[in-house]
Design a protein. Structure first.
Length: 161
């Protein structure tokens, strides 16, 4: 049984070095995230290494380090990726889904936010969440709260309008 949720994350709190802007870089980072999730699900946090992710992805360790200098930075980047995907899904499937009646949109908003029946959203589990609070700074939690609150406010405006 994996013990990822009980693992402690060593200091310092690492952050991704940069976000991909060009199509090729976005493709590379997505491949890195996909490998991260595959290794996470089979091996757990303790056995996940940046070297293993690079090997699984087929990119050089140097390329991976351009974005993620540590596995903590990789987790941090992946969490941000998950939040961005959630915000995009809320906008697309709730706010701009004018063809759906409001009860269906509310239902969809709740299920998306809770990660229920959301196959289009990236994989995220309780073990990742248990480690995430050790990596992110309080200001990042506040920013995500504000962003999700704003998405809900946009949905509420559309649903009540």
């Amino acid at each position: 049984m994996r013990q990822a949720a009980h693992a402690t994350v060593s200091a310092p709190r690492a952050k991704p070095l940069k976000r991909p802007s060009q199509a090729r870089a976005r493709f590379t980072v997505q491949a890195i995230y996909d490998a991260f999730v595959r290794i996470w699900r089979t091996e757990g946090w303790e056995k996940l290494t940046t070297r293993a992710v690079a090997l699984e992805t087929g990119v050089s360790v140097g390329t991976l380090y351009e974005y993620f200098p540590s596995k903590q930075a990789l987790l941090s980047g992946y969490v941000r990726h998950c939040i961005d995907a959630l915000l995009e899904a809320i906008d697309k499937q709730v706010v701009r889904a004018s063809d759906l009646p409001w009860p269906d949109r509310v239902h969809r908003l709740l299920r998306l936010t809770c990660g229920i029946d959301a196959p289009d959203l990236p994989y995220f589990d309780a073990e990742m969440l248990a480690l995430e609070h050790q990596i992110a700074e309080l200001k990042h939690h506040r920013r995500v709260h504000d962003e999700v609150s704003a998405a809900w406010s946009s949905a509420q405006t559309v649903l009540s309008g």
